[in-house]
Ligand binder design. Structure first.
Ligand SMILES: [Zn+2]
Length: 292
């Protein structure tokens, strides 16, 4: 098939493609199979190169929320306030933090679907290949839930009510993702192979960070589509930090690796470091008081 022929076929099927994109938005593209992801990734790239107008239409359809999603989420907001939820949970599990409060105040709630879910094609290891990693990850999780600390206890309580699934995807990067479906009660944590290899020193903190996302997600009404990208990451780092610190996990590798990525990753690590400085000061003060 020539490129022109391919483009003609895409144009022909375009309404069908858009209709599919629109229907899958409702579940934040979480039910797209890996095969379909390949299809969408190919269409995405091809149209981007060959027809700018069509691409704009495609990208708009992929990234814009439907009126229906916004309407449903706004209705939920009569009894649920995302900003309030993040703030009160942070206050209870981490403590008072005016930088976090200001960040929440400055950030708008977005209702856009997670576009990456539509075409990002993680190569998941088979359950046999992932078995060893899964044992390691579950040991880390056991450590987190049995360590002292308010966030650790909160996590333990919340995990008792869900089905926990663990997946490993190919890749050397330090990377993970947390998917929680409030309707089915299934929590899926996916970690890159790199988290068990090159970045094994960060595994405790990566797992804690993903569990921070779960604590946030499980406190939201099922089907709510509001997102606060920046604040959610800072929240997961802070709550994750508290849990990881309580276990004595290494934080330096996680911080160094994120700093290397720069930009917002680096900014996030400054926020973690501020928490560390405060905790260290408190610890020193307590030690001095004991000595007196
Ligand atoms: Zn995250």
């Amino acid at each position: 098939m020539t490129e022109d022929e391919k483009m003609a076929r895409i144009r022909e099927r375009f309404p069908e493609i858009i209709a599919r994109v629109n229907s899958e938005k409702n579940s934040d593209y979480q039910n797209i199979s890996n095969r379909e992801k390949l299809f969408f990734a190919e269409i995405f790239e091809f149209v981007q190169q060959h027809d700018k107008f069509l691409f704009k239409e495609l990208f708009t359809a992929m990234s814009m929320s439907t009126d229906d999603i916004i309407k449903k989420s706004k209705e939920m907001e009569q009894s649920f306030n995302l900003k309030e939820h993040l703030l009160s949970s942070y206050l209870s599990l981490v403590g008072k933090n005016s930088a976090f409060e200001n960040g929440i105040a400055d950030e708008d709630i977005q209702y856009a679907p997670t576009v990456e879910n539509l075409y990002m094609n993680y190569k998941y290891l088979s359950s046999e290949e992932a078995a060893g990693y899964e044992v390691t990850a579950r040991q880390i999780l056991d450590k987190i839930t049995s360590a002292p600390g308010k966030a650790n206890a909160e996590l333990k309580r919340k995990l008792e009510k869900v089905t926990f699934k663990m997946k490993v995807f190919a890749g050397e990067e330090m990377d993970g993702k947390c998917q929680y479906d409030g309707k089915s009660g299934i929590l899926t944590i996916s970690l890159s192979e790199g988290c068990f290899g090159k970045h094994k020193d960060a595994l405790g903190m990566v797992m804690s960070h993903e569990m921070g996302h779960f604590i946030d997600a499980s406190g939201r009404p099922a089907g709510y589509a509001g997102k606060m990208g920046r604040s959610q990451e800072i929240y997961a780092d802070a709550v994750g930090y508290k849990m990881a610190m309580s276990c004595g996990f290494d934080l330096e590798h996680y911080k160094a690796e994120n700093r290397r990525k720069g930009g917002f990753f680096s900014e996030r690590m400054n926020a973690v470091e501020t928490l560390q400085v405060v905790d260290n000061a408190v610890r020193c003060y307590k030690t001095r008081m004991v000595r007196k």
